[in-house]
Design a protein around this ligand. Structure first.
Ligand SMILES: [Zn+2]
Length: 128
């Protein structure tokens, strides 16, 4: 069963997409966005750290979902989708394990060498 709120948000997202969606949004940074309204007016949309949207339009001032906030939401979704694509494929577990094992072997060898040289040092000190 679809809740009223959910369908209200969906209607806002549909309207945002019809009106150009993210093309009307200018990101100001810090969770602030400027959205160009359908009548050429500009509204400020803000997103708090909890992900709650507020808008300065008449609907937004009454804490009603509006398509300005939906446009900003669409932009954020697009950005997070773009950021979700990894730059390099993740290393398989076996590769990581082999690399860590090789690194720990390398460290062990270094420690052994250091211990060897200090023993030499100690030995030569005693001999002198
Ligand atoms: Zn609005």
């Amino acid at each position: 069963m679809t809740t009223g709120t959910r369908s209200q948000y969906q209607a806002c997202i549909d309207r945002a997409q019809r009106l150009g969606g993210t093309t009307r949004v200018t990101e100001l940074g810090g969770g602030a966005y400027c959205v160009l309204g359908s009548r050429g007016d500009v509204y400020a949309v803000r997103v708090d750290p909890e992900g709650n949207f507020t808008c300065t339009c008449p609907a937004g001032r009454h804490e009603t979902a509006c398509w300005h906030a939906a446009s900003a939401w669409l932009l954020r979704v697009a950005q997070s989708a773009a950021g979700a694509i990894p730059a390099a494929p993740p290393e398989p577990d076996a590769t990581v394990r082999a690399r860590l094992l090789a690194e720990s072997r390398e460290r062990t060898r270094t420690i052994t060498e250091l211990e060897g040289s200090s023993a030499e040092c100690f030995g030569s000190t005693v001999a002198a």
